[in-house]
Write a protein of this length. Sequence first.
Length: 72
Amino acid sequence: MPSFGLIKRSDLIRYLRQLGFERPYSGSKHQYMVKDHITVRIPNPHKSDIGKGLLAEILRQAGIGKDEWERL
């Protein structure tokens, strides 16, 4: 069950897959994941984790609520 906070990029991708998003595809500047008509950009790999603010924005784009995220 992921908490709503710092998260590693690889964990974010794994949890989005559990929610039905398809693998990361290469884009022009960022990779992205797709589920039906929803496209979500994935941050590029960096040394640090994804922060709470960016996670909130990614989940908003994906149409995933905080409660749904924490139930995984």
